[in-house]
Design a protein around this ligand. Structure first.
Ligand code: NAD
Ligand code: ISE
Length: 340
């Protein structure tokens, strides 16, 4: 039968994932929802066939009509629901961040290790994007020799007033950290953060930021966050290798030439840019859950490693110093590590 999914948090991405599960993907239904705002949960459930509304995330996870859990609430609440899912033996798809502290990420790892198998997938959807997969294939084929440097540009047209400078790291650059670890198949060892002249659209925000990270083998990774750049949602990536370079291509199907210029469209937000990647990460999760595999996509280890890098980068931003990235030993259930 279909996987019966319970959703904790029916905000922006919660609703978008519900839409894909119920209208785009196959093999799953949404049977239970909750949100801090009961009205919002009620409203979202009204658009679904047979979903019940519950007072808390714990109620959703404990419900007998829920086989697997989708956590799309605010970051600081993730730990509680991921742990509850593991305790109930139910697979969990958790949006990034896995949790907002290293301690919380380690609690999740400990619980999975105690359960003896993976039950958690983290929403690092870039690993499912065709362009990033193509870039990884080029690196792995050795076409440009060994990678020496990688540039990762993360540009948002604007951010809400509640957005803080630290969020450029923990909310935004976290995707760049994860995708670089995955592309290069290496961990980071240290990070520095440089703050250039500020964008006037950002108010008090330190925007943009330039981060420089090193990997175990000595590859340098530079990450740019520009979150008030107005022109669009632009995600850039280029590997410099020994024999050549490889970059994510520009988006858009059409190049327009008119009035002395040639131009192409830039996506407006993450929903548009990564629409296929979100579809494919969730379908992959549904397939793994249906097959009884627990989880095969980006793991709690990946969520933990990204969080350690985020914490180091926040320290580096505030201290102006290089900060070392120190990971615990990787538990055996995450061996083989390249998910997906
Ligand atoms: P949002 O504020 O639109 O939605 C979050 C919802 O969770 C809100 O409706 C809120 O009321 C609800 N909520 C908060 N605490 C709750 C709790 N304890 N129990 C039940 N409901 C609770 O935010 P969003 O943009 O949808 O982001 C949600 C999560 O998804 C965040 O962790 C964010 O980082 C992540 N996200 C990931 C991507 C991506 O590209 N992968 C994009 C956007 C957001
Ligand atoms: C948001 O939470 C995301 O995850 C998006 O992918 C990212 O581009 C944006 O900066 C974040 O705020």
């Amino acid at each position: 039968g279909s996987v019966r999914v319970g959703v904790v948090g029916t905000g922006m991405i919660g609703q978008d994932h519900i839409r894909r599960i119920t209208q785009v993907l196959s093999g799953a239904d949404v049977t239970a929802v909750t949100d801090l705002s009961a009205d919002l949960a009620q409203q979202v459930a009204a658009g679904l066939k047979d979903a019940t509304v519950h007072a808390t995330g714990q109620d959703v996870i404990g419900n007998e009509n829920v086989d697997a859990v989708l956590v799309t609430s605010w970051g600081p609440t993730h730990e509680e629901y991921v742990l509850a899912g593991i305790a109930a033996g139910k697979p969990v798809f958790c949006e990034k961040p896995l949790a907002t502290t290293q301690r919380a990420c380690r609690n999740i790892i400990d619980a999975e290790v105690a359960a003896g198998r993976r039950l958690v997938q983290v929403g690092f959807m870039r690993r499912y994007d065709d362009a990033y997969r193509g870039l990884k294939n080029v690196i792995e084929a050795g076409t440009i020799g060994a990678p020496l440097m990688y540039y990762s540009g993360h540009r948002n047209p604007g951010v809400p007033d509640s957005y803080t400078t630290d969020m450029a790291i923990v909310d935004t650059a976290v995707h760049d950290f994860d995708v670089a670890r995955w592309l290069l198949a290496e961990e980071f060892t240290g990070v520095q953060v440089l703050a250039p002249r500020r964008n006037r659209h950002g108010g008090d925000l330190q925007d943009p930021l330039l981060m420089i990270l090193e990997t175990t083998s000595g590859v340098l990774v530079s990450v740019e966050t520009s979150v008030n750049i107005r022109y669009g949602y632009d995600i850039r990536g280029e590997v410099v290798g020994e024999d050549g370079t490889a970059a994510l291509a520009d988006r858009g199907q059409v190049v327009l030439r008119r009035g002395g210029t040639a131009s192409g469209a830039v996506p407006q937000d993450w929903r548009e840019r990564f629409i296929d990647a979100y579809d494919s990460e969730l379908q992959d999760w549904i397939n793994a859950v249906s097959a009884g595999a627990g989880a095969t996509g980006p793991s709690s280890w990946d969520g933990y490693a990204a969080q350690v890098v985020c914490d180091a980068a926040v320290d580096a931003l505030h201290s102006g110093e290089r900060v070392a990235v120190d990971l615990i030993e990787k538990p055996a259930i995450y061996a083989g590590g390249q998910h997906p």
